[in-house]
Design a protein around this ligand. Sequence first.
Ligand code: NDP
Length: 493
Amino acid sequence: MTNKASQGQCPVMTTTAGNPIADNQNSQTAGPRGPVLMQDYQLIEKLAHQNRERIPERTVHAKGWGAHGTFTVTHDITRYTRAKLFSEIGKQTDIISRFSTVAGEAGAADAERDVRGFSLKFYTEEGNWDMVGNNTPVFFIRDPYKFPDFIHTQKRHPKTNLRSATAMWDYWSQSPEALHQVTILMSDRGIPKAPMFMNGYGSHTYSMINAQGERFWVKFHFKTQQGHKHFTDAESTAEIGRSRETYQEALYGTIEKGEFPQWKLYIQVMPELDAEKTPFNPFDLTKVWPHGDFPLIEVGVLELNRNPENYFQEIENAAYSPSNIVPGIGFSPDKVLQARIFSYADAHRYRLGTHYESLPVNRPKCPVHTYHKDGTMNFNPPSPNPDAYYEPNSFNGPKQDEGYSEPPLKISGDADRYNHREGNDDYSQVRALYNLFDAGQKDRLYQAMGGSMAGVPEAIVQRALGHLAKIDPSYAEGVGKVAGVAVPRMAAE
Ligand code: NDP
């Protein structure tokens, strides 16, 4: 039997209830050959905990990497927002970040071609602001009704349990609004070398409200200061052969070395009523706001400078939701944003439990005063004012403050199910991107996209090529050549 003295400075091991453990090597049995006694609670507790070590992985964005950091304001944007985190130059706010791939499971290889999640939680004095974005300024869908369908095409086939190129291209070729995102995904930026070498975008249109109560529509851009670095498909195959955990190695390693990655935050701003003047819907998640019309306005610097002490507690448990906004930052009519406001918080209630916002990594650094009561794992401290457990009350419980209200939205319409595929130009902005690529970039785009069509029925590939031809005939020709499928005549003309 060991005792504290024989263990030197080590504390005595205990059960979860704090009872000292005498033997952590040998189970308690009726004889040297067994059987095990049921009273060996320490063994039972150990096995029971192991069975519960995994929580449901995220349906999307399951594989992730992250770190703590700071955001520092470098430029004054108080004419657009009263958000306190932007109130003065030099102001710093602590953040926690999480980057991720979308489709792969928690054990997926890091360097796969996929969109990357780019999520930040700002611990402000007026509650948490979560910027739950991606490394691309657009997304595959503009109506949230299509999100589960789209994600099903990225996940495993119900019978083969394999990813299906046919499902992906069948869906994309019938959803031209996806082409902008698909082109970015298949371009050089489709496989960043590590999280430090990619941009982050809020992607959705959000709003800012200033001290005068004026609303502006806003896009958020985080530009990498490490430069863009990417793998080709061949390079990523070699990289995955070397290690499946290359992002974790790179991000963790660079911060441990004291080389802290940085991004500059910029915003694009549109006065509220100008939203009715743009030739495209500024709330459409498949569209960008051209820089020429909406120049980037510098705001500050994001720096990642501290690795988590415990990956599970600080990164896996981190729960980001676009519903977390602070006074001075608001939503927009963007339909996909509206759906995410519900679905992200709901996913965390399922994944982490009712009180997920009370976990240390999610808990705001400012006081929290709600009237929510009880529920599984409610470990919030008891109220110092126990009589005020409903509202309104006469016992000085927390009250609303109308000073935080937003101005009424000036945009409205008739409730209906509007056809999101009608009257939209799904090609011009993709063409603008395609025209930015030099010959080498175009060739790599053809290789990646044509390669991704291997095994896809010809009729589906032809349907996809028909859309690419509307972007640029050379795009369809280049991809068709790699896929070994002729561009349909109607589309090529
Ligand atoms: P600009 O020439 O002003 O901007 C082009 C943008 O494209 C830059 O932000 C650049 O990022 C980015 N870019 C370059 N290569 C890629 C790639 N392979 N994948 C994704 N983005 C890339 O043009 P516009 O603002 O008029 O936009 C033209 C097209 O550029 C858009 O249709 C859109 O596809 C793309 N784009 C536009 C953005 C926007 O917010 N306006 C943002 C990102 C892309 P960087 O400066 O970091 O090199």
